[in-house]
Design a protein. Structure first.
Length: 355
């Protein structure tokens, strides 16, 4: 097999989606024809007193290896349907989805079952734990389905249970756990089979705000360790901007803008997105790597930050008198700097909301 194509961001494409449709309310063949031709006018024509509904309408994007790609939108925007079409839990009406170059829409039922068991991890809002199994057995359950022997699967399950912070609770049952702990079990279970790509559909929406924030922290920690390719669905703007490498915003089944949190926050594609993001505090979502000026070498001694640090953490240091701050990559190499003027330049338009 040839190597996967590189994106403009320099990482291989893990999953590619092209012109994907899911249409309800008409016979399957008619849905296929609408998807094939992209005939949006057909969506306005009634048939037996009903109009077709495009739950997903021509979605196209690439997801890079080790990227957190967030599908965001209001209820009914099509984000969860799109995720299920990517995994063929829902059959698309047309388009293409490829995983590592393999055409998923051409895969037979047996092949898709194999991919879901071994290549895809899934976490949903409903934790879906088996109440009669303890934590360890819940986490090990996918490995049991795969036929892994008991010793090996329990060893892997203990490793995953410890990874998500539940060491010591292996013998407890779901009803003995808090909501956040139950979701950690679900996350550990989805990781047990070492999936290549991880699908999460509103995984934290059933949790109260404090636990939700803690689970977001846990998610960020796990991603730094595991470097998974992730498709994450949420309707929560703050959550999307906190977790995402890139965001696809959906409305009425269509993707209306794709970009990094900074790209979307600083240049919304239309008034709908601008209103959607009205309460997003820019200093909390724009990262140093988004706005730094390239710089290298030792230079003067300056406070150090990483490319992933947000401006909210950097600005107090600059306001306390530092001429600039040094920005370093994951290996600690000096690659850029930011001054107060660089940040001030971001907020010179009507769009700016530094608070």
């Amino acid at each position: 097999m040839s190597s996967p194509p590189l994106t403009s961001r320099g990482r291989p494409v893990k999953l590619a989606c092209r012109n994907l449709w899911k249409i309800y309310g008409v016979p399957p063949q008619q849905a296929v024809e609408i998807a094939r031709t992209g005939d949006r006018a057909a969506l306005q024509r009634e048939r037996d007193g009903r109009k077709p509904l495009a739950a997903v309408a021509g979605a196209s994007f690439d997801i890079n290896e080790a990227e957190i790609f967030v599908l965001m939108g209001l209820s009914g925007s099509g984000k969860s349907t799109l995720l299920r079409c990517l995994t063929r839990l829902i059959e698309p009406s047309g388009g293409s989805v490829t995983l590592d170059g393999e055409d998923l829409l051409a895969a037979g039922r047996g092949r898709m079952t194999e991919l879901r068991r071994k290549a895809m991890g899934m976490v949903f809002q409903n934790f879906g734990l088996l109440p009669h199994l303890n934590v360890l057995d819940n986490v090990a359950f996918p490995l049991r389905i795969q036929g892994m022997d008991r010793t090996a699967r329990e060893a892997r399950a203990r490793e995953m249970t410890e990874l998500v912070g539940l060491k010591g609770r292996e013998e407890q049952f779901p009803l003995q756990l808090s909501g956040g702990q139950q979701q950690r079990v679900g996350i550990a279970r989805s990781l047990a089979a070492e999936p290549e790509i991880w699908f999460l559909d509103e995984p934290f929406s059933a949790l109260d705000p404090l636990i939700r924030r803690q689970m977001q922290d846990e998610f960020i920690r796990l991603q730094k360790i595991l470097r998974k390719t992730i498709v994450f669905v949420t309707h929560d703007v703050q959550e999307a901007f906190r977790l995402a490498d890139r965001i696809a915003i959906m409305r009425d089944g269509a993707i209306v803008q794709i970009g990094t949190p900074a790209e979307i926050a600083l240049a919304p594609a239309n008034d709908y997105i601008a209103e959607f993001l009205r309460d997003v505090p820019l200093l909390r979502v724009i990262r140093a790597g988004d706005v730094m000026r390239p710089a290298s070498g030792d230079g003067p001694a300056l406070p150090r930050f990483s490319t992933e640090d947000v401006l909210e953490d950097i600005l107090p240091v600059l306001l306390s008198g530092a001429a600039a701050v040094r920005i370093c990559d994951a290996e600690g190499k000096h690659i850029g700097k930011i001054s107060t003027a660089d940040i001030s330049g971001l907020f010179g338009t009507e769009r700016a909301r530094p608070a």
